[in-house]
Design a protein around this ligand. Structure first.
Ligand code: HEM
Ligand SMILES: *[C@@H]1O[C@H](CO)[C@@H](O)[C@H](O)[C@H]1NC(C)=O
Ligand SMILES: *[C@@H]1O[C@H](CO)[C@@H](O)[C@H](O)[C@H]1NC(C)=O
Ligand SMILES: *[C@@H]1O[C@H](CO)[C@@H](O)[C@H](O)[C@H]1NC(C)=O
Length: 557
């Protein structure tokens, strides 16, 4: 099961024939151009010059709409403990199973040229290049997120980007970011992480990755287990102080990129241990929070971490554009047989959004790019079978599946994989007939699932359209009171004031301490003092009523 073969690409040491775009050798120096006379003008017939200019004019592709600034490397995943009791997904069966992978780390808000050290959550995306196809994990370095309703994503992200009128971003004027958070206080758990030390990681190789969302594992008995994945850095989560980060984003704006390339070059390979947290459907019904609420974590003491794998990054990329800029991760590609999405509406909408933006950013056939292409599509890749489907043609198609019929033709043969991954021939034409007993059994099973989902959804519904409940404040409070030390709390207040200090709108500035008062009355007072504004503490209920537009304090269920 070979990794994408980027090693065989040319380097400075590879002599190449200098050629025009059609591959024909060009006999003159690349710098020259054709002139009508000794002093010009240029000739349109100078195809060499015209093609070079035209290609250059098209060198840029759209940057990612979020997570634009990032970098990555190659390595491998190894299964250390089987998860076969939880899922029949192939990579998680046999201890010792190893597959090449590519990881991309990124900031969320920054543009392609922004410093990679700035305060922000970090993306942590993993693509397994397995012999069965590509399998993605699209994680962040925090276990929760700012939203739990997908329609808020564009609003929130817009406040992280440039102001449409002034063209300033939050480094100069942070009004919009705070205005959004204040009006949408379910953000407060993630914002507490953000202004803690973990908002400024030291190193991509020394931070954790979290699924955040709940996923469903399905085993070969058709039993469902809810899971969250944790990818914990063997080096621990190392952070910069706010001052260090601020210094670095001026003096070394690609610091994380630089450190990763150097570490891998020096054989100091970053590595992680993979864990799964599990919850049965019964536990999910009893759980204090909704399992579909992305602003909540599952307490480790109730849902302990179970180790299953190891990740090592041991290979730098050879071409950033081919291997990182063009890589396309999607939560929709997490779902291989044996893994299913939960009903988390944010996860559900991500399933649409990533392939959609990738068709725009990279083109309709982005899956045929070497870094994205599922290995089975390649002849002679060492895969147990060759993949085929009916997706054909389109712009820049390089793999159009030869002379295979582009519809289900009479006698078209298909291979089906058995549980050992061995392929057997059969025909598309054979449709299995369901007996009455089978169909009755299926209906019963569906009814049971629907009953369960109603109970779980009841908890979710309770959050919908209602911005805040006491339940939302428990976890950020625990983070602030129990996880942070006195020193952390002092830095936290300074970090908040550092960014909130750049709010130009005085009303929004005055609301910042009230937002933090939701976590702790005293914290609100400390922030007010640091920002030099008056502080009127608001109870969560008064706060929610005060914001009006979306936040209503719901009574506890
Ligand atoms: C409704 C919610 C969300 C939407 C609509 C959304 C949408 C997007 C889009 C359009 C991209 C650019 C993808 C590309 O150009 O290839 C992206 C990147 C990314 N998102 Fe999200 N996102 C959402 C929430 C989240 C959450 C909750 C997480 C983490 C748990 C996350 C993690 C990432 C990561 C890691 C990337 C970078 C992927 C890469 O390295 O190429 N996103 N997101
Ligand atoms: C942001 O506010 C701080 C004071 O809180 C100030 O020192 C800094 O110059 C401001 N930054 C910008 C870019 O205006
Ligand atoms: C630099 O780092 C500081 C500290 O993390 C951050 O608050 C600020 O937004 C960053 N500035 C820029 C220009 O990225
Ligand atoms: C990255 O690490 C590899 C080893 O995987 C090394 O051969 C290469 O020189 C490094 N790349 C750079 C740009 O330093």
């Amino acid at each position: 099961m070979p990794a994408p073969d980027f090693e065989s690409r040319p380097t400075t040491d590879t002599p190449t024939v200098y050629a025009t775009e059609n591959g024909w050798y060009y006999p003159n120096h690349p710098y020259g151009s054709q002139l009508a006379g000794p002093d010009g003008p240029l000739l349109l017939q100078d195809n060499h010059l015209v093609e070079n200019l035209a290609h250059f004019d098209r060198e840029r592709i759209p940057e990612r709409v979020v997570h634009a600034k990032g970098g990555g490397a190659h390595g491998y995943f190894e299964l250390t403990d089987s998860l076969s009791d939880l899922t029949y997904a192939k990579p998680y069966q046999n201890v010792g199973y190893k597959t090449p992978l590519t990881i991309r780390f990124s900031g969320v808000r920054g543009e392609l040229g922004s410093p990679d050290t700035q305060r922000d959550p970090r993306g942590f995306s993993i693509k397994f290049h397995t012999e069965w196809g590509a399998h993605d994990w699209v994680f962040n370095n925090t276990p929760v997120f700012f939203i739990r309703e997908p329609n808020k994503f564009e609003h929130f992200i817009h406040t992280q980007k440039r102001d449409p009128a002034t063209n300033l971003d939050q480094n100069t004027d942070s009004t919009a970011a705070w205005d959004y958070w204040i009006q949408n206080p379910e953000s407060i758990h993630q914002v507490t992480w953000l202004f803690g030390e973990r908002g400024t990681p030291k190193d991509w190789g020394a931070m954790h990755g979290y699924s955040g969302h709940t996923y469903k594992f399905v085993n070969d008995q058709d039993e469902i287990t809810y899971v969250q994945i944790h990818v914990l850095a063997d080096r621990g989560f190392q952070t910069n102080s706010d001052e260090e980060a601020a210094e670095l984003n001026g003096s070394s704006p690609d610091d994380h990129q630089k450190r990763m390339v150097e570490q891998i070059k020096n054989g100091d390979y970053p590595s992680w241990t993979c864990y799964v947290q599990t919850m049965t459907p019964e536990q999910a019904e009893e759980f204090r929070y909704s399992i579909n609420d992305l602003t909540k974590v599952w307490p480790h003491k109730d849902f302990p971490l179970r180790k299953f794998g190891r990740i090592v990054l041991n290979k730098n990329v050879t071409n950033y554009f081919e291997e990182i800029e063009q890589i396309a991760f999607s939560p929709s590609r997490t779902f291989i047989p044996g893994i299913e999405p939960s009903n988390d509406p944010v996860l559900q909408s991500r399933i649409f959004s990533y392939p959609d933006t990738q068709r725009h950013r990279l083109g309709a056939n982005y899956q045929q790019l070497p870094i994205n292409r599922g290995k089975p599509f390649e002849k002679g890749s060492g895969c147990p079978y060759m993949a085929g489907n009916f997706q054909r043609a389109g712009p820049q198609a390089t793999v159009s599946q030869g002379s295979k019929p582009n519809y289900i033709a009479l006698g078209d043969r298909v291979k089906t994989l058995n549980s050992q991954g061995e392929a057997a021939d059969s025909y598309y034409g054979v449709i299995s007939k369901e007996t009455e007993i089978d169909s009755l059994k299926k209906q019963k099973a569906i009814a049971k699932i629907q009953e369960h989902e109603k109970i779980v959804w009841g908890k979710q519904y309770y959050y919908q359209l209602q911005g805040l409940s006491e339940l939302d404040l428990e976890q950020p409070r625990a983070l602030y009171h129990k996880v942070f030390s006195d020193k952390d709390r002092a830095k936290f207040v300074k970090n908040i004031a550092g960014v909130a200090g750049n709010i130009s709108n005085p009303t929004v500035r005055k609301q910042v301490p009230q937002y933090w008062g939701l976590v702790d009355k005293e914290l609100g007072a400390r922030v007010a003092k640091e920002l030099d504004v008056d502080y009127e503490y608001l109870s969560p209920e008064n706060y929610a009523n005060g914001i009006g537009n979306s936040a209503v304090l719901a009574s506890q269920h």
